[in-house]
Design a protein. Sequence first.
Length: 122
Amino acid sequence: MEYLYNVFVALHFVGWAIVLGGYLASLRSPGLYKGVFHGALTALVAGVAMVGIGETSFWSEDEAPVMAKIGVKLVVALVIAVLAFVAKRQAAKASDGAVAPGVKHAIGGLTLVNILVAVFWN
């Protein structure tokens, strides 16, 4: 089970890398890369799977993460996924693929917040 958990950890990291990289790469353009939505969904599903596998199989009372942290990360990831979906819809409707700057920068900012919560909240 630990091997499967590590596969989901890798997918989680790759998903957030796609979101952050897609945001940074599209800073100078009016649009947002389509992969940002898929990266957000990948990170979200992989994160939920990680918590489920860890809780059911090998986390003990001492090494389990703080569930408040998991809850905050889940809410932020859901908001990012919804915003990425909104951005994808906006880009499809616009002739030049433009996305509202507030939506685009909220995705980037919340992604950084999610990463910082993961690193600094023990």
